[in-house]
Structures are given as structure tokens and as C-alpha cells.
Design a protein around this ligand. Structure first.
Ligand code: MGD
Ligand code: MGD
Ligand code: MO
Length: 752
């Protein structure tokens, strides 16, 4: 059978159509836009292209609004290799930024970042980045609280089967929704979020500014950015009513006395009571008290969504969630305790065994220096500047060459006008992608990659028992090359082709990967097919991998002395001495309420909180030019959501258009009203390709991209994660004609 796979699902190839595999119970919407996006010759990069201004010596000021010259692969490879060599010789490898954050595509071999790093590492290395845009605050904080990395915790997250059996109250801070459950990094063969949620017999509570964040269940509409206040008030209420589990706190946590003193207001004179929290989070006192009681009297699971920690002081939301679950005392018990990001991606809590699949070696990076992933603009604008990370001071490198492959910073970063300023600083920007994204349109050298639908690869994901042989569906468009072949060509130009390819072509590498899979399971009592058979079958399913009844931290809770955690105390830390020792004003030693940089509790009149959540129809900015995404827009603009009363107060008509703005930028979007939104919020999904036009003297984003509005600041001197969900905006009706889009056409090409 001919199959292929993406981060959003697994598909059977039938002629020029894709059909979700038959055993996928909830195929994603995203897949419907894949083929049309991949075949769109207006948005695909067809040939290597060089920015005209760069060829003429412009160092970067026109790097956002220029024309391109198409060249041969040989010319492009010579230019890239020449720049890599020049920068290494003149400035050293620390002047190359190869962080290249992004989701790229699902196949493990043509994984853009792995191929790029393998290439750059052979050149002596590059500056890379740590953590992710998804959950940097959690990645840094998890080891301090639990002694586990976030990934290790996710692997032992209480499984859905166990929740379905035992949980009687599922509390989703930030919701739990099939929208985000559509995807999983490296792919997935089945979508089950909505079935799992439906099978859950207990109560479900969606604590979120948007009702749609849970398909069924009760909605507790919270003011965004204030979950920590609510969590602390729930903790306080549990404490003063003695509904908390003192025994659990003594046995399994450290720092409880300090945290208790904070809840009672012993240091700052402010008890974190329900009365205190009610006006902050806009939830009545009685409702907070009732919820605390329900939590204490049910088998309760507290889930914190990823979104909560992509906000100012995002570390606190995660830590306060842990503290709340600890006070309830059901961590380590079936159906109770703590979860992080159930259905944030479709594979969290999946009742499958974890499999360590092989991957391509990236080699060794001789450059040890890194930056926290979301500090890219700070780095570009401020070479040599100091920042704090994990409590310690570091300095930004001075970047002369950026090489990005498989990511779209002009989608994913915050305050994109600011990024644009930083982006003009390096001598050269190289971008490798299959599509003319806003980032590709801001590169000097543009290298066209094939779409995954045009090549052979293998999908393997650690929580998925299916391995998929990805067959090509189409010939490559234009002169596009596979990621591996691009980096191999560049390696040849650099004089290290043999070291890069080890004498193998892509097929040779896929065979090697498959041999490693066979070796991994040679001691098991089932047979793994040989490469040729796997290729013919298209899919190999690991037997008996599907019904794990896991409970997170069960061993530790059963016997904390025999199974201590790798924290400073061997227990869950409610007060952490190491973090306290950093003396960071923006990340104290225990979960704390700290006023965010922007928040509705002290906002100017008319301000709304912007929610820029993940889109229904795309994976971030991928497939934005595909039928499903384009079809969901109105007159080509992304649709944002407002409460009907909020729209009426501002003279905004349902079905019309609005200008959303703040001091950082402005964007145009279509409007849809719904009473599933909080009245003081506006929701504009991420991922519309950035499209800036000069309109009435303003650099106006005309497509509906929220990242011209968001704030470019780190969560704290601990994690430096992005704070995309902390943003205030204003909105007004747009009654003038809509300015034309330019992102729906290719850039302008000229002769050299
Ligand atoms: N305001 C706001 N901003 C956010 C978020 C938010 O919630 N709000 N969420 C953040 C999060 S969690 C994330 S993870 C980031 C995501 O940010 P990104 O991961 O950068 O977003 P993608 O659109 O997935 O970008 C992947 C790029 O890889 C390209 N690509 C795909 N396949 C291939 C391939 O095979 N080869 C090559 N060379 N390129 C390929 C695609 O065309 C696309 O341009 O966004 C972050 N930004
Ligand atoms: N369809 C689709 N699914 C995706 C992705 C995609 O691009 N498309 N991206 C994937 C990636 S990379 C990631 S990291 C995950 C992200 O997973 P999440 O971070 O969970 O996803 P979001 O959509 O950003 O946020 C979920 C909801 O949180 C709510 N929210 C925002 N701020 C607050 C707050 O302060 N308090 C509370 N209580 N709620 C708040 C919003 O209403 C929002 O709808 O999604 C993954 N899933
Ligand atoms: Mo993410």
C-alpha cells in the first residue's frame, strides 16, 4: 500500500488524492489542505533564488521588500559555501546562527534541522537554541520541581485509559481540545482526543476564556493571564477548610511551610484567598470555594495546558498547578493528580508504550554557546548584551550569517516588526523551505526543498506503534531538492561530501535506519519485516503496544524513600532553594502571583486581551495557502472572534472586518461574533502568512497575523520562554476597502 504521513496524520495515496487511513477515528481537518498547498505554484519555491539587493551589496536594509534573481543549484551552492567559509574565517563559527527552530515535516530522515546541523557541524558548528516555543518555561522548570525533564514526565503521564476508568473530575486550565489534538510532532497514525474525552464519565471543567477549548463539559470563563491567582485561591481555600492532604504534603513535598506562609499572607500581608482572587480572575468567590470543595471530594486531575505558560511569568502557572495538585494529594493515584498538555498534542497521555526509534546523527557541534529559543531578536539587536537564563548571566553572540531550514520565525516569533529590525543586521540570511513564507521572502539566498509529498521517508514517533514508509506522490515541483540532497550538495561545495553522506544516497540511509529498527527489536518475540517488505507493506505496527495503564509518579508516591525524585530534596519542591538562591525578581522560590506586563486588571479603557491560539485548519503557518485554510478565511483574511456585545459596543458588524492594534503594530482581520468568547477578549488564530503593506502611512499587516501585536519578552530570568498569550489590543471596525494581499503571489523575479 502507498502511504504517506505528516504531523497531522497518516494517509493512503490514491492517484492525486490523499485519504486518511481507515483506522483513524478522527482524521484532522488540516490534512484536507495539504495537497492543494503542496501543488500551489504561486507559493512553492520553484528554483534557487538570490535577493537582488544582496547581490548588489545591500547588507540587509531591503531584506523584506526586494526582488529575486533565479539561479542554478550550482550557483546557489557556491554562494552559500562562500558565505559559510567567509564568516568562519573572518568571525568564527560563533557568528553563524543555525538554531533554525521549527516543526519542518514529519519524516525522520529528511528532517530539516537534523540535516542542516549535520552540514553546519562539519563546518565547525554554529550557535543553536535551547527549548521550544511550545513550552520553554515548563522545560526549564520541570527538573527543579520534579527532578524529571518535561519529556520524561510526558512519557509517564497518566494514560487516558486510566483517566477514563478512575477520574471523576477533570479540570482543564486552558481547556482540552481536539483542535490542538490534531497534531503531534513527527506524526501520528490515529486521532483519539474527542473519543477519549467522550468516554470520560466524570465531570469536565473548561477553565478558559474560550468555550470552544473543550467540546463538552462546564465552562468557567477566566480572565486570561490570571490562572495563578485562581490556583493560589483554590490552594488557600483547601488549606483554611482543612480540605487539603497534609499527609501527602509532608511525605511527598518539600517547602510546604514556606508555601503555606505565602498562601496565608504571612510575609506580604495578603492572604491568597478566594475573595482576593475573585476580582483578579473574574470568577465569583463562591464559585472558587465550591470548586475547591469539588476538587477535594472527587478523584481530580488538574491539567495545565501549554498555553498557560506561554505568558508573562509562565513558570508560575505550571508551578501553581503542581502545588494545587499536591494539596489535593492525589498525585500518583489512578485518575488523579497532575497533567501537562493533555491533547496539546494528540499523543500526550496516549496509552501506548514508548519506543526509542533511531534517527540521523547530527554530528558534534563544536560551538557550545546557545541562546534561549525565543531570544532571537534580542540577540540580533544586542550583540554582546547580557541576559539571564536559569538564574545566571550570559552574553549574546554577534551573528553575521543566519541559516534557517524547516521553520518560519516570521510566523512564530513575537513582535514581528521588532524581529524585522534585528533581521536586517546580519550580512547574510539563507532560508531553505518548500514555500515562499514571509521568512523566505526575507532571505538573501533561498533554497527550494521538496514537499514531503515528493519524496521517500519514514515516519516514526515515540508514542505511536505504527511506522510508516512514506512513498512519494508527485514529482518534485520545479528544481526542488530533498533536504538531504540540498545539504549534500552544500557539503560537496565545502569539500566534505564524503563525511556528510558517508557514501550513501537517501535510500541507503533509509535502509540503515530500518536496520537499526530491526536490531532494536531482534530480541522480541515478533518479527520486524526486512526493508523491501516494509516498503511494500507501507506500514509496520508494533504488536501489544496499545493499552498502557500508566499513573504518573506512582512509584515515588508509593514509597518516596525508595524512589526519590532527582530534585534538591528528593521530593516535589513547593519551595525550591536553588531557584530562591538565584534571587530573580521575576521568578521567586515558590509559586507566586506576579502582575504580568500587560493585563486586563490594570488596562486602559477599551483594551481587550488577545488570544492567539493554534489554528483549526493548519499546523502553524504550514498549508496556509491550501484549500482548507484559504477556504476558512473571508476575502482572504483570517477570521477573529469577538463576543457580540463587545462588537456592538464598538460598532463592529458580524461578517465585517476589523483593525486590531496596539503600540507594537496593527493587523486587519475578518470578524465573526460568538457568545463562546469572553467579553473582554478577542481571539485571532496564529499562522496567516505575514503580509505587511504601507496603508495611510502605517505598516499595516493585511492578512490577520497576530504576531505583529504580541510582546517580545521572556517569561523570566529562569526560562526566557515566549509570552505570546500575554497581549492587550484595541479593535475598531474597518470600513475602508481592503488593501490587496501580496502573500498570495510569488515575489517578483528579475534578471541578474
Ligand atoms: N502568537 C503566537 N505565536 C506562536 C504561538 C502562539 O500560540 N501564539 N505558538 C508558538 C508555537 S507553540 C510554536 S511550536 C511555533 C511554531 O513555529 P514554526 O514551527 O516555525 O511554524 P511552522 O509553520 O510549522 O514552520 C515550519 C516551516 O517549515 C517548512 N517546512 C515544512 N516541511 C519542510 C521540509 O520538508 N523541508 C524544509 N526545508 N522546510 C519545510 C514549512 O513550510 C514552514 O515554513 O509558533 C509559536 N508562535
Ligand atoms: N490544529 C493545530 N493543533 C496544534 C498546533 C497547530 O498549529 N494547529 N500546534 C501544536 C503545537 S506546536 C503546540 S505547542 C500545541 C499548543 O497547545 P496549547 O498551548 O494548548 O494551544 P493554544 O491554542 O495556544 O491554547 C489553548 C487555549 O488556551 C486558552 N488560553 C490562552 N491564554 C489563557 C490563559 O491565560 N488562561 C487560560 N485558562 N486559558 C488560556 C486559549 O483560549 C486557547 O484556545 O498545539 C499543537 N496543536
Ligand atoms: Mo509548539
Amino acid at each position: 500500500m502507498k502511504l504517506t504521513a505528516a504531523h497531522w496524520g497518516t494517509y493512503e495515496i490514491k492517484g492525486d488524492q490523499l485519504h486518511p487511513v481507515k483506522d483513524d477515528p478522527e482524521p484532522s481537518r488540516i490534512g484536507k489542505g495539504w495537497v492543494s498547498a503542496a501543488r500551489d505554484t504561486n507559493s512553492r519555491i520553484l528554483r534557487p533564488a538570490i535577493r537582488k539587493g544582496w547581490l548588489e551589496g545591500d547588507k540587509g536594509t531591503k531584506r523584506c521588500d526586494d526582488v529575486y534573481v533565479e539561479v542554478s543549484w550550482e550557483q546557489a551552492a557556491k554562494l552559500v559555501a562562500g558565505e559559510v567559509r567567509r564568516v568562519v574565517t573572518d568571525h568564527g563559527n560563533e557568528a553563524i546562527f543555525g538554531g533554525s527552530y521549527g516543526w519542518a515535516s514529519a519524516g525522520r530522515f529528511h528532517h530539516s534541522q537534523s540535516q542542516l546541523r549535520r552540514f553546519l557541524n562539519l563546518a565547525g558548528g554554529s550557535i543553536t537554541s535551547t527549548e521550544t516555543y511550545s513550552h520553554a518555561a515548563a522545560e526549564v522548570l520541570f527538573p527543579y520541581i520534579t527532578g524529571l525533564t518535561q519529556a520524561q514526565f510526558q512519557e509517564q503521564t497518566t494514560s487516558w485509559l486510566n483517566l477514563i476508568e478512575h477520574c471523576t473530575l477533570l479540570v482543564g486550565f486552558g481547556g482540552i481540545s481536539g483542535r490542538t489534538g490534531q497534531v503531534s510532532s513527527s506524526g501520528l497514525s490515529r486521532h483519539e482526543t474527542e473519543s477519549w474525552m467522550a468516554a470520560l464519565k466524570g465531570r469536565k471543567i473548561n477553565i478558559s476564556p474560550q468555550q470552544s477549548d473543550m467540546t463538552s463539559g462546564e465552562w468557567l470563563s477566566i480572565r486570561p493571564g490570571t490562572d495563578v491567582a485562581l490556583m493560589l485561591a483554590l490552594c488557600h481555600t483547601l488549606l483554611i477548610n482543612e480540605w487539603h492532604d497534609e499527609g501527602f504534603l509532608e511525605r511527598c513535598t518539600s517547602g510546604w511551610p514556606t508555601f503555606r506562609a505565602y498562601l496565608l499572607g504571612e510575609g506580604d500581608g495578603q492572604a491568597k484567598s478566594a475573595d482576593w482572587a475573585a476580582p483578579i480572575c473574574d470568577i465569583p468567590t463562591e464559585q472558587i470555594i465550591a470548586l475547591a470543595k469539588d476538587m477535594a471530594t472527587n478523584r481530580t486531575l488538574i491539567n495545565v495546558s501549554f498555553s498557560l505558560q506561554r505568558s508573562d511569568h509562565g513558570e508560575q502557572a505550571l508551578w501553581a498547578g503542581w502545588a494545587l495538585a499536591a494539596m489535593i494529594g492525589q498525585i500518583g493515584q489512578p485518575g488523579g493528580g497532575f497533567g501537562f498538555g493533555y491533547s496539546g498534542v494528540g499523543t500526550i497521555g496516549r496509552p501506548t508504550k514508548i519506543t526509542r526509534w533511531p534517527s540521523l546523527s547530527q554530528g558534534k557541534n563544536a560551538v557550545k554557546r546557545t541562546i534561549p529559543v525565543a531570544r532571537i531578536t534580542d540577540m540580533l539587536l544586542n550583540p554582546g548584551g547580557e541576559y539571564f537564563y536559569k538564574g545566571h548571566p550570559y552574553q549574546y553572540p554577534d551573528i553575521k550569517l543566519i541559516f534557517w531550514s524547516g521553520g518560519n520565525p516570521f510566523h512564530h516569533h513575537q513582535d514581528l516588526h521588532r524581529l524585522q529590525k534585528g533581521w536586517q543586521k546580519p550580512d547574510t540570511v539563507v532560508v531553505c523551505d518548500h514555500s515562499w513564507t514571509a521568512t523566505a521572502r526575507r532571505a538573501d539566498i533561498v533554497l527550494p526543498a521538496t514537499s514531503p509529498l515528493e519524496r521517500t521517508d519514514i515516519m516514526m514517533q515515540k508514542t505511536d506503534p505504527s511506522v510508516i514508509y512514506m512513498s512519494p506522490m508527485f514529482e518534485p515541483l520545479g528544481d526542488a531538492k530533498d533536504d538531504f540532497d540540498i545539504m549534500r550538495l552544500l557539503s560537496a561545495e565545502m569539500g566534505y561530501e564524503q563525511a556528510f553522506s558517508e557514501g550513501r544516497d537517501a535510500e541507503g540511509w533509509l535502509r540503515i535506519l530500518w536496520e537499526k529498527v530491526q536490531k532494536r527489536f531482534e530480541k522480541n518475540d515478533f518479527e520486524v519485516p526486512d526493508f523491501e517488505s516494509f516498503k511494500a507493506m507501507g506500514r509496520f505496527e508494533l504488536p501489544d503496544h496499545g493499552d498502557e495503564d500508566r499513573v504518573a509518579l506512582a512509584d515515588f508516591v508509593k514509597d518516596p524513600d525508595a524512589h526519590p525524585l532527582g530534585t534538591e530534596s528528593g521530593k516535589l519542591t513547593l519551595f525550591n532553594e536553588t531557584i530562591a538562591g538565584y534571587r530573580l525578581s521575576d521568578c521567586p522560590g515558590h509559586p507566586s502571583w506576579i502582575q504580568p506586563i500587560e493585563n486586563l486588571t490594570n488596562a486602559p479603557d477599551g483594551a481587550l486581551h488577545l488570544i492567539s491560539a493554534q489554528p483549526w485548519t493548519r499546523l502553524h503557518s504550514q498549508n496556509d495557502r491550501g484549500a482548507e485554510s484559504v477556504g476558512s478565511k473571508r476575502e482572504g483574511r483570517e477570521i477573529c472572534f469577538l463576543h457580540p456585545e463587545t462588537a456592538k459596543e464598538r460598532g463592529i458588524k458580524d461578517g465585517g472586518f476589523v483593525r486590531i492594534f496596539n503600540e507594537r503594530g496593527a493587523t486587519l482581520a475578518a470578524i465573526s461574533v460568538t457568545d463562546g468568547m469572553r467579553r473582554d477578549c478577542i481571539s485571532l488564530p496564529t499562522g496567516a502568512w505575514l503580509d505587511i503593506a504601507q496603508v495611510d502611512g502605517e505598516a499595516l499587516e493585511v492578512h490577520g497575523n497576530p504576531n505583529v501585536l504580541t510582546i517580545d519578552k521572556g517569561t523570566s530570568g529562569l526560562a526566557q520562554g515566549n509570552i505570546a498569550h500575554t497581549t492587550l489590543v484595541f479593535v475598531e471596525s474597518w470600513d475602508k476597502p481592503l488593501p490587496p494581499l501580496s502573500i498570495d503571489k510569488p515575489p517578483r523575479f528579475v534578471d541578474a
